[in-house]
Design a binder for this molecule. Structure first.
Ligand code: SF4
Ligand code: SF4
Length: 389
C-alpha cells in the first residue's frame, strides 16, 4: 500500500468510500455480513482511511462502518464523515431539510453532529467535511446566523474534529470563493478523474488547490463506474496495452500520478474490486506515455468536447458579461450526461448569467483563438437547459 503523509499522520492512498456497500437486493438495506467482510479485509490489507456521510445508504452507512471498525484500535484507522448542509434550508430562523430529505426532522447542526458520533460509536472524527459545497449550498454554509462552520471550529478546538475540510461538486470558482470566505479548511474532496479533468473543470479545481497547498481527497475516480467499461474495440486496445490489468486500474493510475492527491476514495461493493484496487495501490509510478495516449483515445470516444481552453479572452469582449468558458464547460457536461449536479450549478446562477442572455453579437467568436462558434453554443445550451426539469 502507498502511504502519504498528512501533517503527523500516514494515510493510505487508497481510501474506502462507504456509499456503495453491498446491499440486500437493489437499493435494499446494507448486507451487513458482506459489508463487514469488505471493511475488515480493507483494514487488514493496509487501508486506514474510511469515508462515510450522514445519509449514505439512508443513514445506515455510519452505523455499519463504525461497528466494523470498532474491533480495531481507535488510533489505527481514520474516519471521515460529513455535515449534510447541502440538503438544508434555513427560512425565518428555522432549519429544515429539503430535496430527498424533505420532511425529516432536523433541529441544529450540533444535534446532527452528536447523532453521527453516536452512530459511528466514536468520540471524535479524524476528518470532518461540509458535504457538497456548491453553488446551491454556498449560502447555507456561509450563513452567519446559522453558524455551521463556527460550530464545527468549536468542535475542532474541543478535539472532537481533528481535521476540517469540505467536499465539492461545484465549479472551481465556487471552491475558490469558499476558500476565500474562511481560511480554515485543511483538505478538500473533489470529483477527479481523467474524464472530468476537462469535462467538469476538475483540472482547474485541482490546480487551484495545488496553488494553495491544500491536499486533495479524490472522489469518483472511476466516475461512478463509467470508466470501467467502453466500446469493445477500445476495451480490447486497453487490455492489449495493459495486459493483466483491469480497466479501472487506468483510472486509478491517472489520479495516483497527481502529486497533490492525498487519498483516492473508491466505493467498493465486492471483495474482487477491493483486491484489484489493493494491487493497483501497491506502488506508484508516473503515468506512462502509452497510458496518456489511451486516456485521450477513451475520452474522445466518450465525448466530443468543445475545445475551450478557458483563456477568457472572450469574456472581456462580451457586452452581457457572460462567463463564457463556464457556460461552455456546462455545455460539454450536459452533452455527455445530465447529472443531478448540473441542477445544483444552474440553481446557483442568476438569469443574467444564463445563456439566454447572449444577444448573438459574435464579438467573442472574433477573438477566440480556438475559433469556437460561441453564439451557436449559447443557443444550443439554452435549449438543453430548458429540457432539464
Ligand atoms: S455572442 Fe453572446 S456570448 Fe458572445 S460576446 Fe456576444 S453576447 Fe457575449
Ligand atoms: S476565447 Fe475561446 S477558448 Fe478562450 S475562453 Fe473564450 S471560448 Fe474559450
Amino acid at each position: 500500500m502507498i502511504y502519504k503523509t498528512f501533517k503527523d499522520l500516514k494515510l493510505s492512498m487508497l481510501g474506502m468510500g462507504n456509499m456503495r456497500l453491498p446491499t440486500e437486493g437493489e437499493n435494499g438495506p446494507i448486507d451487513v455480513g458482506k459489508a463487514r467482510e469488505i471493511i475488515e479485509y480493507a483494514y487488514e490489507h493496509g487501508i486506514n482511511y474510511f469515508d462515510t456521510a450522514y445519509r449514505y445508504h439512508n443513514g445506515q452507512s455510519e452505523l455499519v462502518v463504525g461497528e466494523a471498525l470498532s474491533k480495531y484500535p481507535r488510533s489505527s484507522w481514520y474516519l471521515a464523515s460529513k455535515m449534510p448542509g447541502h440538503m438544508m434550508n434555513y427560512i425565518d430562523g428555522k432549519l429544515g431539510f429539503q430535496g430527498y430529505l424533505s420532511g425529516e426532522p432536523v433541529s441544529s447542526p450540533s444535534a446532527i453532529f452528536e447523532e453521527q458520533l453516536r452512530k459511528c460509536g466514536v468520540d471524535y472524527f479524524d476528518f470532518y467535511l461540509l458535504h457538497n459545497v456548491s453553488e446551491s449550498s454556498y449560502d447555507i454554509y456561509t450563513n452567519e446566523e446559522l453558524g455551521i462552520v463556527d460550530y464545527l471550529l468549536e468542535e475542532k478546538k474541543a478535539g472532537r474534529i481533528r481535521h476540517l475540510g469540505f467536499s465539492a461538486h461545484g465549479r472551481a470558482d465556487t471552491i475558490e470563493r469558499f476558500l476565500n470566505w474562511r481560511d480554515c479548511f485543511e483538505f478538500v474532496q473533489i470529483q477527479l478523474n481523467y474524464l472530468d479533468w476537462d469535462l467538469q473543470e476538475a483540472r482547474l479545481s485541482y490546480e487551484l488547490l495545488q496553488k494553495r497547498g491544500i491536499p486533495v481527497i479524490v472522489m469518483e475516480p472511476c466516475r461512478g463506474g463509467r470508466l470501467t467499461h467502453f466500446q469493445p474495440e477500445i476495451e480490447a486496445r486497453v487490455k492489449s496495452e495493459r495486459p493483466g490489468r483491469s480497466l479501472a486500474s487506468l483510472a486509478f493510475d491517472f489520479v495516483k500520478s497527481l502529486s497533490g492527491v492525498q487519498v483516492v476514495l473508491s466505493g467498493m461493493t465486492t471483495l474482487d474490486q477491493l483486491k484489484d484496487n489493493l494491487q493497483t495501490f501497491e506502488s506508484r509510478e508516473p503515468l506512462a506515455d502509452t497510458d496518456k495516449a489511451l486516456i485521450s483515445e477513451i475520452v474522445s470516444s466518450l465525448v466530443s468536447l468543445v475545445p475551450c481552453t478557458a483563456c477568457r479572452y472572450c469574456c472581456e469582449e462580451c457586452p452581457q458579461g457572460l462567463d463564457i468558458p463556464k457556460l461552455i464547460s456546462l455545455y460539454n457536461e450536459i452533452n455527455f450526461e445530465k447529472t443531478p449536479g448540473l441542477q445544483f450549478i444552474l440553481n446557483g446562477m442568476t438569469p443574467d448569467q444564463l445563456p439566454e442572455s447572449c444577444i448573438g453579437c459574435g464579438s467573442c467568436s472574433k477573438i477566440c483563438p480556438q475559433g469556437i462558434d460561441v453564439p451557436m453554443i449559447m443557443k444550443k445550451l439554452a435549449a438543453s437547459i430548458s429540457t432539464l426539469s
